[in-house]
Design a protein around this ligand. Structure first.
Ligand SMILES: Nc1ncnc2c1ncn2[C@@H]1O[C@H](COP(=O)(O)OP(=O)(O)O)[C@@H](O)[C@H]1O
Ligand SMILES: [Mg+2]
Length: 161
């Protein structure tokens, strides 16, 4: 099973939470709201909250409609993990769906394998634009892990550097 969150078991991780939910579209709003609630402890700006919600939403939607191809099997699950380390939020969205054959191609703006579903092909581009780091790991036939990092409160972040 794919798991890439390297900050795991890191003693510097101040807080963490994990969720597992059924891969159905009703849970897209739940997932983004849960992450938004979790990051309030970092006193994010409204813009930061909006960026994080958009990115989480795109990743969870992808897991549901691409990873599991929209099928509502009982076993189709999405795993969401969040870690806070200093002023940095680390989010991982993972599925055990079909996986991605060519990640580089999939991440190109406007690329979509589901044009018939009115997909814009901009999901990964939004994740990249709204977060500070994006890493996608996938194994065809086994699933996909999308790892995103957002640095909050840029001022204090620079001070620490
Ligand atoms: N979790 C996933 N599992 C399988 N394929 C994925 C996953 N996420 C993204 N993809 C692939 O990457 C492509 C691009 O994703 P994205 O940029 O979000 O555009 P869109 O969702 O509009 O197609 C998708 O069309 C799909 O082929
Ligand atoms: Mg998408």
């Amino acid at each position: 099973m794919i798991e890439i969150v390297s900050v795991k078991r890191d003693t510097q991780v101040k807080n963490e939470m994990r969720l597992e939910f059924k891969a159905i579209s009703e849970n897209e709003a739940f997932a983004r709201t849960a992450v938004a609630a979790f990051v309030t402890q970092l006193n994010p700006t409204l813009e930061e909250i909006s960026d994080i919600k958009t990115a989480v939403s795109e990743a969870v939607t992808n897991a549901i409609i691409h990873g599991y191809e929209g099928m509502e099997n009982y076993d189709n699950r999405v795993w969401l993990s969040c870690f806070i380390k200093n002023d940095v939020l680390d989010v991982e969205v993972r599925d055990s769906g079909v996986g991605i054959e060519n990640i580089e191609k999939a991440m190109q703006p406007l690329f979509t394998t589901k044009p018939q579903l009115d997909r814009s092909g901009m999901g990964f581009s939004f994740m990249e634009a709204f977060m500070d780091d994006l890493e996608v790991i996938s194994e065809p036939g086994h699933g996909t892990s999308v790892h995103m990092v957002k640095k909050l409160g840029t001022a204090s972040w620079i001070e620490e550097e």
